[in-house]
Design a protein around this ligand. Structure first.
Ligand code: PLP
Length: 441
């Protein structure tokens, strides 16, 4: 058995874990047993504050009775219904609710099961829309360096995280990337950087190269999450909107992280006052309780499919689990709770406190940068001996031992507490991070 040495822990071998250093993990696993409120309980019985809202998804924390009951009731009533040629009433009710939460004319909703699927769906809608309008030459897609749009081939093509792309062949043709709008001038900004809107001019350059009439869509995360919480400079998204509109190019906001409260509003689009043509969501849509995503679409796009899509199926796309009854029930309960708890208002009220707390933490001399907006932040840790992730990965592991779950990405530690967190919870994050930073050194 040539690979014996690698089989550190045999009963963990069968599970090939996603986005995880499997060998390292299995030699020193971090195992979660249960969750309630803002805490996980680890299998060794420790209370761990959920400083990353699961994976940016459990905005209301865990074990929310209303969501739990909704899922339980639904499982006993209608466990599954296909959405191809059939439907269940709650799917329409939820779509109406979601449409009412979206800005402007984004009045139609296509259901998926994940952020990745929302992205693939949005890109396909964009291409289909242009073709139906007689502009089938618009085949190019433009993303951004550092962008994360899930793991489908469309998503990794428009995405800009090198490791997620380089192993997987030539990807989609006809894709180009804008630069991430960030440089040293913006370090340690409070909220949005005040300079840097001119990064949007790079889009004009790319369009000049390809000719704008060949471009179908531009996709960006309004705040880049996975790359390490990069907040858009004031005026940058507005400029992207202006340029795309001028050239008849669709603008897609990937709001899989920013959708439903992370920035204190239902969408980043609302917060920034910029209305894209499509918005992809997932995660906090139903508090991460059942896999689900949704793409919100401008009326003009939906109407084009209805008018030009022929007598039969207008859009040849969908998933076995689109509008899964359990996911829909959980989403309805979640959306009601957002209102009942004024959860988005809580972020607006406390984001200043949260931001200050992050800046205090970043005074540690091992931290080179801090970026934040709403209830999302990242601390960039200086490397030890110039080795990537050398310090941040230690911080990540030690934080868990100290009772704080955070998110690791490259040299960044992302902190994104549930949006119902109070000042005392933010204080607790600071205490546990401080201890962690001092333990790791
Ligand atoms: C902006 C963005 N898009 C897409 C995705 C992919 O979502 P999923 O993991 O649900 O496929 C993520 C996941 O973190 C994301 O942050």
């Amino acid at each position: 058995m040539a690979h014996d040495m690698r089989r550190i822990n045999d009963d963990m071998a069968a599970y090939w874990m996603p986005f995880t250093p499997n060998k390292a993990f299995k030699s020193n696993p971090r195992l979660l047993e249960s969750a309630d409120g803002l805490y996980y309980t680890s299998t060794d019985g420790r209370q761990v504050f959920d400083g990353s809202s699961g994976l940016w998804c459990c905005a209301l924390g865990h074990n929310q009775p209303k969501i739990v009951e909704a899922i339980r009731d639904q499982a006993g009533k209608l466990d599954y219904a296909t959405s191809f040629g059939y439907a269940h009433p709650a799917a329409f009710e939820l779509a109406n609710t979601l449409a009412s939460r979206m800005p402007g004319d984004l009045n139609h909703v296509f259901y998926t099961n994940s952020g990745s699927e929302s992205v693939e769906t949005a890109l396909k809608i964009a291409l289909g829309y242009h073709r139906l309008r007689g502009e089938g030459q618009r085949v190019r897609l433009i993303g951004r360096e550092g962008g994360y749009h899930g793991v489908g081939f469309g998503g990794i093509s428009v995405g800009g995280m090198v490791n997620n792309r380089k192993f997987f062949g030539a990807l989609l043709p006809g894709v180009d990337h804008m630069p991430l709008p960030y440089d040293d001038r913006m370090r340690r900004s409070v909220g949005q950087p005040q300079m840097g809107a001119d990064y949007a001019d790079a889009l004009e350059d790319i369009l000049t190269l390809h000719d704008p009439s060949t471009v179908a869509a531009v996709i960006v995360e309004p705040v880049a999450g996975s790359a390490g919480v990069y907040v858009p400079p004031v005026g940058y998204l507005e400029k992207l909107r202006e340029i795309t509109r001028k050239h008849g190019i669709l603008l897609i906001f990937d709001e899989v992280i920013t959708g439903f409260g992370r920035l204190g509003y239902a969408t980043a689009a609302e917060r920034f006052g910029v209305e894209p043509d499509l918005i992809t969501t997932a995660k906090a849509l139903n508090n991460g309780s059942v896999p689900m995503g949704a793409v919100a679409v401008q009326s003009d796009i939906y109407e084009t499919f209805m008018a030009e899509g022929g007598e039969g199926v207008e859009f040849f796309h969908g998933y076995t689990y689109s509008a899964h009854p359990l996911a829909v029930a959980a989403a309805k309960a979640t959306q009601e709770l957002y209102e009942e708890l004024d959860a988005f208002g809580n972020v607006r009220a406390l984001e200043g406190y949260f931001g200050e707390a992050m800046h205090h933490l970043a005074e540690a001399d091992v931290i080179g940068d801090v970026r934040h907006l709403g209830f999302m932040a990242a601390l960039t840790f200086n490397q030890i001996d110039r080795k990537p992730m050398s310090r941040s990965s230690k911080i990540f592991g030690r934080a868990f031992e100290n009772g704080l779950k955070v998110r690791l990405s490259a040299d960044h530690i992302a902190i994104a507490p549930p949006i119902i967190s109070q000042k005392s919870d933010i204080d607790l994050i600071v205490d546990r991070m401080r201890k962690t930073i001092s333990d790791v050194g």
